[in-house]
Design a protein around this ligand. Structure first.
Ligand SMILES: Cc1ncc(C[n+]2csc(CCOP(=O)(O)OP(=O)(O)O)c2C)c(N)n1
Ligand SMILES: [Mg+2]
Length: 311
């Protein structure tokens, strides 16, 4: 679903534009999907700028696409696009434009659930770039000291916009930066089952009251940082990662194990494509929000200026 959805986003963006600037997660889907799969419906999810799978898992497709178009049926009724979207209804804490700023709120959500003595786990996703922010350390330290039910998942796609992570840190594994006394595990982010297993173990630990875990999932994005940005990475490395495509890997495994047939996979694909196409059609005709929607968002909002944003 995540792959087909993102392909559609790119197609529409290149063809006629949408309000949101796509930051594609193509290539990284197994991290978000795998980490959410073993969770309960009322666990709290805190996505990174790129964890597209989180919204797709929890929110109705029509609402997500409306969010991308900035129209009134989106979860924030047009106040923000899906890129930084949250929804208390769907148990998703929205992130902000500040990389890493969602990590302390994630620990806060986990503290809340601990105080309420419920069984809910919080899972926070963030990139390798966000691991360079001070929030990484304050959130991990606080969560460890307080034994909070939270899982931190680094989506290490090896690049922070235009900077390779190897130029930013002197360690091979970012997990080695997390010297805060919590368990850490480096996992293959292209292997969805490995992500599921690691998250299931971390979730159990959190529910047992034993505290947080940090998972570092090694992965790669196939697209540039965002659609308007230049490509800084070399084609050979990209090709190596494409050879370990998470969806192809899992598809081959399922076929080898006779778990599904080619026909069944094609049928699933067709069904998804139809649902996605319908959601985009609905968003094309959805209305933009009323002017009042913008009140109390920005001080002294220039409504005319806002209207001038190209759809
Ligand atoms: C504090 C801060 N610095 C810089 C930026 C600009 N910026 C937006 S995304 C990004 C890269 C983030 O890299 P990473 O955390 O690895 O996530 P990825 O884009 O690779 O998924 C940067 C530098 C920002 N949004 N916030
Ligand atoms: Mg990155």
């Amino acid at each position: 679903m995540t792959r087909r959805f993102e392909e559609k986003v790119l197609e529409v963006y290149q063809d006629r534009g949408i309000r949101e600037l796509p930051h594609s997660s193509i290539g990284q889907e197994a991290v978000g999907v795998g980490a959410c799969y073993p969770l309960e419906d009322d666990d709290i999810l805190v996505p990174s700028l790129r964890t597209r799978a989180v919204m797709l898992l929890r929110a109705p497709l029509d609402e997500i696409v409306a969010g991308m178009y900035g129209t009134r049926s989106g979860p924030s009724n047009g106040r923000t696009t899906e890129h930084h979207m949250g929804s208390s209804e769907y148990g998703i804490l929205g992130t902000t434009g500040m990389i890493g700023a969602h990590l302390n709120p994630a620990a806060g959500a986990a503290l809340g659930n601990k105080v309420l003595d419920n069984d809910r786990v919080t899972v926070a996703f963030f990139g390798d770039g966000a691991s360079q922010r001070s929030e990484f350390h304050s959130a991990l330290n606080f969560a460890t000291v307080q034994e909070l039910p939270v899982i931190f998942v680094i989506e290490n796609n090896h690049w922070t916009e235009a900077s390779p992570i190897e130029k930013l840190v002197a360690v091979d594994d970012l997990a080695d930066l997390a010297n805060h006394g919590l368990p850490t595990k480096v996992i293959d982010g292209q292997d969805v089952e490995e992500v599921v297993d690691a998250t299931a173990t971390a979730a159990q630990r959190a529910r047992d009251g034993d505290g947080p875990t940090l998972l570092e999932a090694k992965t790669y994005r196939y697209r540039p940082h965002a659609e308007t940005m230049p490509e800084h990475r070399d084609e050979a490395t990209l090709e190596e990662w494409r050879d370990r495509d998470p969806i192809e890997l899992y598809r081959s495994r399922l076929l080898e194990e006779d778990f599904v047939t080619e026909d069944e996979i094609e049928e699933i694909d067709r069904r998804l494509q139809t649902r996605i196409d319908e959601a985009f059609e609905a968003a094309e005709t959805d209305e933009l929000p009323d002017e009042e929607t913008m009140y109390h968002v920005y001080k002294d909002t220039e409504i005319d200026h806002w209207k001038g944003v190209v759809r």
